[in-house]
Design a protein around this ligand. Sequence first.
Ligand code: B12
Length: 215
Amino acid sequence: MDKNEILTDLKKAVLEGDDDLSQELAIKALDQGLEPMTIVNQSIIPGIQEAGELWKRNEYFHTDIILCAEAFRLAMEIIEPKLTAGELGVSGKVIIGTVAGDMHNLGKIMVNATLRGGGFEVIDLGEDVSQDTFIEKIKEIKPDILGLGCYMTTTMLEMREIIKRLEKEGLRNNLKVMIGGVPCTQEFAEEINADVWGKDAFDAVEKAKMILGVK
Ligand code: B12
């Protein structure tokens, strides 16, 4: 099996929700000497993005998406430790999490991976993260950036509340806030006093570097 075949098959395994195969192919891809970021950008992300498109067109159902998410997660589980082996933390420190009430995590996992690839140290607090947990971890870890993921219109306002809490606790001045997820826009970021909106996982890295003035 050549490298291109592995990349194509891995994308297909994610798209078809075959978690055993996606993990096996992720291992194979690394064994063949493919760069971790190439595997993420050319197979794993396109696979899950296409699955999202099929869902939008009502060609995939909830159960399909859950299988795809699992295939995505297991492949990322293999690749992620390799991404952190680079020059971690040279660009800055980021705390990231999905806001309270929201369980979506695929977009956040991708952003986590690309930020690591961009030299950031990333502390992922997970999903359905309470305001208290964000505040506690920011005090403890003192990140340069807080990344908030929100994927539903019903959980959007939680981001505004988190930013208000940061201001109230005197934590906002030395911290940049970057938001992302399907319902977010730059206008919404400005409205809730976030610093920036990241359109996708690659834009997130560019914007994170931009707000910190890192090349
Ligand atoms: C996959 C999915 C699920 C999966 C989640 C699996 C998982 N582990 O995440 C499952 C099936 C579990 C699920 C459940 C639900 N879902 Co859902 N889900 C989706 C779906 C199809 C795709 C989301 C996704 O993963 N996309 C792929 C990723 C890669 O894209 P992304 O999230 O946009 O992320 C990119 C950017 O936004 C950005 N980004 C993402 N995060 C961040 C963070 C930062 C800091 C930055 C800078 C950038 C950034 O970079 C990413 C990569 O490029 C969307 C539809 C859609 N169009 O988005 C609905 C959707 C989000 N879900 C929806 C709903 C309603 C639900 C449920 C309530 C359904 C239900 N009745 O049970 C539950 C919610 C449970 C909860 N409390 O959270 C609605 C939300 C509607 C709304 N109110 O806004 C959507 C929009 C579908 C729809 N059109 O109705 N869902």
